[in-house]
Write a new protein. Structure first.
Length: 300
């Protein structure tokens, strides 16, 4: 799958909760020191068993950088860990999620490179087609603000709900016009949706949890379009603390991720060939983050 460079600015916000972390060692002071062969970088991820990560660790080692992957169980954890200096980088989120975290916590985490964008899919254990879902059934969406808004837009495009605002990047459950919608919508923690799928008609499931539900990405009965130029805020990124934005070691790691063939093959494998790999200019990522945060503050 060819890489694309996206350069469109849009806005959204997320309001993740702060979750205390235990057992994380403090981040290495050797990272970016320039002492080749003795650099250690701790990167927070969700799903370190995904095939791109072993390939990435090996590729980094060939460049004299030791990568330690710190695996987290939920989206709420890696950003506080990065802010507190327990890790050096994280790679698990899109711009909209990072913007929400920064706005809510007063942090200044910043993108240092893009990885990919992923479509967001609707899945069902009961129905093979969106049109088969009966009126009045319940559909689940993630409860974090960034993914919830995106999920509701998917449901509206699929004809399952109507949003009072017409659908915006700030849409939430209150925006659902229950009288005009075909289904009822409930919000659940993203990590819990796979086990809850048999209890609802369908659910929006984040890519990280699709296989946990015993599904493949081809099982999606509806999804959004990752090639939409307005999708820049949904580009997944490497994030660092602001003071490390120009760290040469971190930027080298981004380059390795974006250009190493084994890493890119693993990325496609772990996403069921749905990932659209990107090399978006960092200045575009930063500008998008700034715009998202500004709009978030104005929308409060």
């Amino acid at each position: 799958m060819s890489r694309r460079t996206t350069s469109v600015i849009a806005a959204l916000a997320a309001v993740p909760l702060f979750v205390a972390l235990a057992g994380c060692a403090s981040a290495s002071s050797d990272a970016g020191s320039g002492d080749s062969g003795n650099e250690v970088v701790k990167i927070g991820v969700i799903g370190k068993g995904d095939p791109q990560w072993p390939a990435f660790v090996d590729a980094a080692a060939e460049e004299g950088i030791t990568v330690e992957l710190v695996d987290f169980g939920s989206y709420e954890q890696p950003n506080p860990a990065l802010s507190e200096g327990e890790i050096d980088l994280n790679q698990f989120q899109h711009i909209v999620y990072l913007a929400g975290y920064n706005e809510d916590s007063g942090s200044d985490l910043t993108p240092v490179g893009s990885t990919a964008i992923y479509p967001l899919g609707l899945y069902s254990k009961k129905y093979d087609d969106v049109d088969d879902i009966p009126e009045g059934e319940t559909v689940a969406v993630p409860d974090d603000a960034s993914n919830q808004a995106r999920a509701l837009l998917v449901l509206q495009s699929a004809g399952l709900v109507e949003l009072k605002s017409g659908g915006t990047i700030f849409s939430d459950l209150a925006d659902v016009d229950t009288e005009k919608s075909k289904v009822e919508v409930t919000a659940l923690e993203a990590a819990l949706i796979p086990t809850s799928l048999p209890d609802v008609a369908a659910a929006i499931i984040n890519n990280d949890f699709v296989e946990d539900a015993g599904l493949t990405f081809d099982d999606a009965i509806a999804q959004d379009d990752p090639e939409d130029p307005n999708a820049l805020p949904y580009v997944n990124i490497f994030a660092a603390r602001a003071e490390d934005a120009d760290n040469e070691t971190y930027l080298k790691l981004v380059e390795i991720f974006q250009t190493n063939e084994d890493v890119q093959a693993g990325l496609l494998e772990s996403s069921g060939d749905t990932a659209v790999a990107l090399q978006t200019p960092v200045e575009d990522l930063v500008a998008s983050l700034k715009k998202v945060q500004e709009d978030t503050a104005a929308n409060k």
